[in-house]
Design a protein around this ligand. Structure first.
Ligand SMILES: C[S@@+](CC[C@H](N)C(=O)[O-])C[C@H]1O[C@@H](n2cnc3c(N)ncnc32)[C@H](O)[C@@H]1O
Length: 207
């Protein structure tokens, strides 16, 4: 059974993504088709900010990709991961994403391999994301992905600025895809059910 078919409703279940299920599934289906169509075998994904570390198994076990996770927290305590017990996340690289030595550790771990996806999901404020983008986007060959573009104001602002800049400069080298969150209504209240995943396709590779 693919992990996203899990019926558990708790975020802490080991096979549940942290993301909205529909959005995450659509994203994975998109990247799987994209790389398969281009004959790119075993793409490399770098995720900045891993949270409970749930993305790794989707990339590695479901898609057969290689994944490197970066986070400044070593692991979650048992009390944080809840009764169902998600396997405790251990980043491949522990460090502040803004620190030069963290990027240096990543570059060393890559051993010259190209990065097909850079996935930015660390500190969710405008300045911090802008720094992560400046530091890590040059490593991306095919896609830069930014998570939580729908409802986190600083992230939304940065995403909208990137699109506005591309429109302003009439750049033809990037395609912006927004997988928008959607809403559910329950007991008269409106809940955000998706977080918003922004994908930037680098049409001719980066650089
Ligand atoms: C929203 S969570 C990531 C969720 C994860 N990408 C997922 O899809 O399940 C944000 C993570 O970023 C990490 N983080 C925040 N600021 C950071 C920084 N400056 N350097 C490294 N990690 C950071 C936090 O420790 C947290 O684990």
């Amino acid at each position: 059974m693919p992990p996203w078919d899990c019926k558990s409703t708790t975020l802490f279940h080991p096979t549940m993504p942290s993301q909205s299920m529909g959005e995450w599934r659509t994203y994975l289906e998109f990247v799987e088709t994209y790389f398969r169509n281009r004959g790119i075998k075993k793409p490399m994904v770098v995720e900045i900010g891993i949270g409970f570390g749930k993305q790794k198994r989707f990339y590695e076990e479901v898609l057969g990709y290689t994944h490197i996770g970066v986070d400044y927290r070593k692991a979650r305590s048992a009390s944080e991961v809840g009764a169902e017990g998600v396997s405790l996340s251990i980043p491949d690289i522990v460090g502040d994403s803004h620190a030069p030595k963290t990027k240096a550790a990543l570059v060393a771990m890559l051993k010259g391999r190209e990065v097909n996806i850079v996935y930015l999901d660390a500190l969710h404020n405008y300045e911090a994301l802008k720094m992560d983008y400046a530091i890590y986007s040059p490593l991306a060959k095919d896609m830069i992905v930014i998570h939580d573009i729908t409802f986190v104001s600083g992230v939304k602002r940065f995403w909208e600025e990137l699109i506005a800049e591309a429109v302003e400069s009439q750049a033809q080298d990037k395609t912006f895809i927004t997988l928008t969150g959607y809403y559910i209504h329950r007991r008269g209240k409106k809940f955000i059910f998706g977080q918003g995943t922004g994908i930037i396709l680098l049409e001719d590779g980066n650089g």
